[in-house]
Design a protein. Structure first.
Length: 205
């Protein structure tokens, strides 16, 4: 891609908003760990709103881009991972649930790396592995259970981040404990569906 075209593709309004989400994710984790719940809740709310807004702008004003298709899910995953780690450090999220959430993502990444390496023609090399354009690459095909689990994880994390702010007005403790059990069970089930499913991964050009 021409450098000018790349810059034009990169610095669209949706992509800039997405970059701010990536930048704020570590700050949200920091404020959670430090117990600065108002800042954590405020930045988390900002991230959720801009996630909606950047998608709407991209569709409404035809500003979809290749860069956006990469960094948007990256921003979502970074936010969820940072919040999961931070919430487990502060014991707001049970360690078992946090391990399941992060463990599933790590497992899927390792499986994708394995299948990509397996797809390379001999002699296999790092340059071939990194050459996405010249060699088939792998994509995870989300199934219904995986989509439901991802949505549950997002709502669960949002509830935990906002809980300290809302707790004086509404006791969420019991509900979040039950929610955590549901998230843990669906995360394990979702992971198993990808491991043992026949169509969990697909080679793409």
């Amino acid at each position: 891609m021409d450098p000018k075209e790349f810059r034009k593709d990169l610095f669209t309004v949706p992509n800039v908003l997405t970059m701010t989400r990536i930048a704020t994710a570590p700050a949200i984790g920091y404020f959670i760990v430090k117990g600065q719940v108002d800042w954590a809740a405020g930045l988390f709310t900002y991230s959720c709103l801009t996630d909606f807004v950047d998608g709407w702008i991209a569709r409404r004003y035809n500003q979809k881009s290749v860069v956006g298709s990469i960094i948007d899910p990256l921003a979502d995953k970074l936010l969820m991972t940072v919040c999961t780690v931070a919430l487990s450090i502060t014991h707001q999220m049970p360690a078992l649930v946090a391990t399941a959430v992060i463990g599933r993502d790590v497992m899927l990444s390792l499986m994708a790396f394995y299948y990509r390496y397996k797809s390379l023609s001999p002699p296999k090399s790092l340059s071939k592995f990194l050459d996405i354009q010249g060699n088939p690459t792998i994509t995870v095909l989300p199934n219904t259970l995986g989509k439901v689990n991802t949505a549950l994880q997002m709502f669960y994390i949002a509830g935990l981040v906002l809980q300290p702010v809302l707790q004086p007005y509404y006791d969420m403790s019991t509900g979040m404990d039950i929610f955590g059990v549901v998230v843990f069970c669906t995360t394990i089930a979702s992971g198993c569906s990808y491991v043992f499913g026949k169509h969990a991964f697909r080679y793409v050009k």
